[in-house]
Design a protein around this ligand. Structure first.
Ligand SMILES: [Zn+2]
Length: 439
């Protein structure tokens, strides 16, 4: 009787262990995975400006803060603010019909896959002739001017053919062209499609096509139908909560990560933003989960901020630093995390050379614990939400992971393919670094 019971228990143990090994062995990873899956799901609409994507994401984070018992500085975790943004809630069609020898051929645009529209594009609908600009027009300033004069109206698309362009002078011409020198619409073949967000609307449309699938640069006609909607005052919010410190409640350590991404390009295509920056939110919420447990209550007060509007120009952190909820000089240190999904090549620490003492401590912890391949130093850079803080004199660093998958600001930055393989190592490195900061 006893023996058989033991056998059953052992079997049961094995089955449970196998079936839920991720949850038992890797709670930090499991929570991160769940958060990334949720924030990068289609229902979040790319956490941008179509279908209330950023609002849905903010509500999800707010709910997590509440469930984990964070305090709020005001009645709510939300810090509302507004900004202008160009959005694409509707039509997103682009095709190209051209003459190939004697045949008529077509290029069928598939939004996000083989073309993107410049984020500042206005609406456009119709059939437009094309004209090819190639390196033969860049051999002298007069040839360049001659081409410019060829463009009689703004109702034409210039196809930029920069194949074989190597010398410096030519590159200068192409730079001018990309900056709207021709005063008309442009098609630019590129090797990778990388989208972003604009707060303005341009006069002309620029389409980037994937050079691989656009192997022709021939005269033809563009068929295009794109609908933009400029939102003068988009209402959004930072999400902010904190845990009161047990010994130094009026000194603060701040963790931050932006939760917004690029949103939608047309009614059917969304940018999931799994690595950028659902993964940073997963780090933020894992830290909330850890420090909200009574046994790991921090000595300093710890503030958690999920910023909005980062992709539109670090707008959430700018708004916060202009409207802080407690005195900025009380911040002992700020750690911003953005792009936490890989780490095969280690991490980079922006502002590492500015806060060298803390950076050295981080390197030393990593060396002792053998978490990551490298902790790389970098100087100042306005490339994430730490920036406005350090510009205002706050000790602030920004950590991002290196190596692994290359998806960035494209439709392939998905939860399914985000490895999160060094996520736990980065998490424990940050915990140890927190111990150092609180000494
Ligand atoms: Zn980002």
């Amino acid at each position: 009787m006893k023996l058989s019971l033991r056998i059953i228990c052992l079997l049961c143990y094995c089955a449970c262990f196998k079936g839920y090994s991720q949850d038992i062995v890797k709670p930090v990873y499991s929570l991160a995975k769940r958060i990334v899956d949720t924030l990068a799901a289609p229902g979040m609409h790319g956490r941008g400006y179509v279908n209330d994507g950023d609002k849905i994401a903010a509500n999800y984070i707010k709910q997590q803060f509440a469930e984990l018992g964070l305090k709020s500085f005001r009645d709510d975790y939300f810090q509302p603010f507004t900004f202008s943004v160009n959005t694409f809630p509707g039509k997103m069609e682009f095709g190209y019909i051209f003459q190939n020898k004697k045949e008529l051929e077509t290029f069928e645009g598939v939004a996000g896959r083989n073309f993107i529209v410049a984020p500042d594009a206005p609406s456009i609908n119709g059939l437009y002739p094309t004209i090819v600009f190639d390196s033969s027009y860049t051999t002298s300033p007069s040839k360049f001017e001659k081409f410019r004069k060829k463009i009689k109206s703004d109702g034409v698309f210039v196809i930029i053919d920069d194949r074989g362009v190597t010398n410096k002078q030519k590159l200068e011409y192409f730079k001018k062209v990309k900056n709207g020198y021709f005063g008309t619409h442009i098609i630019e073949p590129v090797s990778k499609l990388t989208w972003s967000v604009s707060q303005e609307v341009a006069k002309y449309v620029k389409i980037q096509v994937l050079a691989d699938s656009f192997s022709f640069r021939a005269k033809g006609n563009v068929a295009i139908n794109i609908e933009n909607k400029f939102v003068e005052s988009h209402a959004t919010q930072n999400v902010i909560g904190y845990i009161e410190g047990s010994e130094r409640p009026d000194s603060f350590i701040v963790f931050s990560a932006h939760y917004d991404h690029l949103g939608q390009m047309g009614s059917n295509v969304y940018f999931p933003g799994a690595n950028d920056n659902a993964s940073g939110c997963a780090m933020l919420l894992n830290l909330v989960n850890h420090y909200s447990k009574p046994r790991s209550r921090p000595r300093y007060s710890v503030v958690f901020i999920a910023f909005a509007g980062e992709e539109a120009g670090l707008l959430g952190s700018k708004h916060y630093t202009e409207n802080p909820l407690f005195p900025m000089r009380k911040i002992r240190f700020l750690i911003n995390t953005d792009i936490m999904g890989t780490g095969d090549e280690g991490i980079t620490v922006v502002n590492g050379s500015v806060f060298k003492k803390e950076f050295d401590a981080l390197v030393e912890i990593n060396k002792q614990k053998e978490y990551l391949k490298e902790v790389k130093i970098r100087g100042k850079a306005a490339n994430s939400d730490h920036y406005h803080f350090s510009e205002k004199g706050v000790n602030a660093i920004f950590i991002y992971t290196m190596g692994g998958i290359k998806a960035y600001h494209d439709i392939y930055d998905k939860a399914e393919t985000l490895p999160l393989n060094k996520f736990e190592d980065v998490f424990y490195l940050i915990l140890k670094f927190m111990d150092y900061l609180q000494h």
